[in-house]
Write a protein that binds this ligand. Structure first.
Ligand code: NDP
Length: 477
């Protein structure tokens, strides 16, 4: 009897996905470029359903037809190389799935190239890291719907479940699945940064210690902010290292693997404002300039009352903590809404640009489990898109426009305080600026148009009459 699916690439993700398929009753062939890994991985699995293979020929030959080949290798050139090698053995109608973090344009190219040879290709975004892969990831599959139908049952079975539903839905054609995963990663950056800013404000403006902040985050996790990232933040705040808190010992330089960069580059390409996500990426860049920040502190810190990284000008004993916690909570919630709204706005533009048909309500549902950004309010996002399917922006929906209006006074109050005191909260500020930009039918862009016409004869439209105009500007005014 042949096996149901084969997994190539047995590092963290591939190995755990193979075990997950096996747990769910599927017979899984496994293969890895470095052959020694195959037996090690086989030994790690206590059950029956893992079948080691030692060459690609043996691997492909061990699979039932149409063959399902799941590639989980390093993204980029290794994926192309693996596909190229597989082409010697796979046949028309077989299905190759790339579950790695591939760039969506590569996925679109691979789909086309393989389709010309009669091979079905699915680019599946997978989220949830090691634990997700093992026990239930969120899966965002893109490609031909007919090809997806061959794997849908298996994917839905191994995926995370949220509110009884699988966190796996067909996304759309070619690179759409990897695109949605990319946007997910951008939102993840924003979510993490916003929570970090909330922590920093509570600590420096509220003078709260880690234990007190842990209680705040615990309480927030029982509110509209309930989410995986809030939950782990509360646990992190309580983690001890001897008599101290571990968090206080961790160097404030944030790393990244570059996935947030793709989201930002893509937003620039499509002309979409994702300022909160961009601020989050910038904050990671700035965090790495620790030595330069120390130079800056010597130059500018004194005027803000900052000495040795401490805000000495803030008298935390006079702060109404209960009020502050409310202000930060409401600011965090609005900022979070804006971050997700920007991510979905990018998806909306991508749908038009690439001719995809995306179901935003269903995409929000995928994110509810397995993902790092899983959060209770994704239910509201899903409902909001269901109700207002063709809306231009999530913040315009009845649900979220009301939630923003209710909290806006607190958000403005907090932002004015942190700006005045020199506490950087750039992602939150970007969210506020985004709402401000959307809150006025008029803007200053008339002056931009005048300047463009002045130096470049780029023309402008008028509000008082139809047409396109150029003015002979007077240099002597
Ligand atoms: P890595 O990205 O570290 O890749 C290692 C695997 O790729 C090994 O099996 C390695 O084989 C194989 N490989 C590398 N180069 C080649 C090549 N030229 N030809 C054949 N095989 C090659 O593994 P991960 O499990 O961390 O990630 C796999 C994919 O999943 C990546 O795209 C990653 O971005 C994505 N991903 C990872 C997550 C995570 O939390 N780690 C979460 C979600 C997605 P060998 O043993 O021979 O070196």
């Amino acid at each position: 009897m042949k096996n149901n699916i084969g997994v190539i690439g047995l590092s963290v993700m591939g190995k755990n996905l193979a075990f997950n398929f096996a747990d769910n009753g599927y017979k899984v062939s496994i293969f890895n470029r470095t052959i020694a890994v195959v037996d090690t991985v086989k030994r790690e699995y206590a059950g029956e359903n893992i079948y080691p293979t030692y060459s690609l020929k043996e691997f492909v030959g061990s699979l039932e037809k149409p063959r399902r080949v799941f590639i989980m290798v390093k993204s980029g050139q290794p994926v192309d190389s693996m596909i190229q090698q597989l082409l010697d053995y796979v046949e028309e109608g077989d299905i190759i799935i790339d579950g790695g973090n591939s760039y969506f344009k590569d996925t679109t190219r691979r789909t086309k190239e393989l389709s010309e040879r009669g091979i079905n290709f699915i680019g599946a975004g997978i989220s949830g890291g090691e634990e997700g892969a093992r026990f239930g990831p969120a899966i965002m599959p893109g490609g031909k719907k007919e090809a997806y139908d061959y794997v849908s049952e298996m994917f839905e079975r191994i995926s995370a479940k949220a509110y009884g539903e699988p966190c796996c839905r067909y996304i759309s054609e070619n690179g759409a699945g990897h695109y949605v995963k990319m946007v997910h990663n951008g939102i993840e950056y924003a979510d993490m940064q916003l929570i970090s800013e909330a922590y920093w404000i509570l600590k420096n403006l509220g003078g709260m210690d880690n234990k007190e902040m842990q209680e705040v985050f615990k309480a927030w996790n029982k509110s509209e902010l309930e989410s995986y990232l809030i939950e782990i933040t509360s646990n992190i705040l309580g983690e001890k290292d001897g008599d101290d808190y571990l968090l206080d010992k961790i160097l404030d330089k944030a790393s990244q693997k570059g996935t947030g960069k793709w989201t930002n580059l893509e937003a620039i390409n499509l002309g979409v404002d994702i300022s909160v996500i961009t601020s989050a990426l910038n904050a990671r860049f700035m965090s790495n300039l620790k030595d330069e920040r120390k130079i800056g502190e010597k130059l500018f810190g004194e005027s803000l009352g900052i000495y040795n990284g401490q805000f000495k000008s803030i008298d935390t004993s006079t702060i109404d903590r209960e009020l502050l916690v409310r202000l930060v909570k409401n600011s965090l919630y609005i900022s979070k809404i804006v971050a997700y709204a920007q991510g979905f706005k990018l998806l909306l533009s991508a749908q038009k640009e690439y001719g995809w048909k995306l179901n935003f309500s269903e995409i929000a549902k995928i994110f509810r489990g397995g993902c790092i950004i899983r959060a209770k309010f994704l239910n509201d996002i899903s409902d909001a898109f269901l109700k207002d399917g063709d809306i231009d922006n999530l913040i315009f929906t009845d649900i979220f426009s009301e939630e923003i209006r209710e909290r806006m006074d607190d958000f403005r109050d907090l932002m004015s305080r942190v700006v005045a005191l020199g506490i950087p909260a750039n992602a939150m500020n970007s969210a506020l600026g985004y709402i401000y930009s959307y809150s006025n039918g008029n803007s200053s862009a008339n002056l931009i148009q005048a300047q463009r016409d002045y130096f470049g004869a780029h023309t402008f439209e008028r509000i008082d009459k139809e047409g396109v105009y150029h003015n002979e500007w007077n240099n002597e005014n």
